[in-house]
Design a protein around this ligand. Sequence first.
Ligand code: 5RP
Length: 230
Amino acid sequence: MSQAHNPKQVAGYAAADLIQDGTTVGLGTGSTVWFTLVRLADRIAQEGLRVRGVPTSEDTHAKATKLGIPLATLDEVEAIDLTIDGADEIDGEFRMIKGGGGALLREKVVASISRREAIVVGPDKVVERLGTTFKLPVEVVPFARAVVSRAVKELGAEPLLRMAADGAVFRTDNGNEILDCHFPEGIADPEALELALDAVPGVVESGLFLGLAQVCVIGHPDGRCEVREK
Ligand code: 5RP
């Protein structure tokens, strides 16, 4: 009988093998990317792979530093060859909801200067319509929380202020708050919604990632790894 595998590990490890010598790599955030970091550190040690990583969160910065992965800041880097990141939902057109870990803003900035973005997920993250299994995170300036809440309600969502485990209001690495927005019917038109959210004063960034990924690496519980390219 075949042993059950962790889909996150299968995808995370496989994506690390896409990294080429001498390149700049965007390092995403989350529990799937963790496996990419581990495998990348292993390749650096075993193969002498030369890379510099650009982390998308304080969490990834700390983990990569501990693993001995050389890092660079956006001041030192103009373009990124390949970014490997996770997702909370991804559809057939590689449109995504991200931000479950609260790193959406930095993740989107890094994605925006990446020549290629590979997304690592388990099969549970692949959806027909965005917003059906996960709330859309919207990062807001604390001052504007009430204003943005009213605006997203007008757009058909039920916003919920994200709280941290200790009961305090969750703060992103940028000192902002997150409204997790539930769309009862899912998101019918992600492009129109992104434009509408971007137009609300006080919205810093939404977790809609559209047209940013070219590769989707799906790990399966039977150990298979599926690589879809756009
Ligand atoms: C963080 C993210 C993560 O990439 C996303 O939440 C997926 O995380 P995980 O791999 O732990 O399921 O967008 O802001």
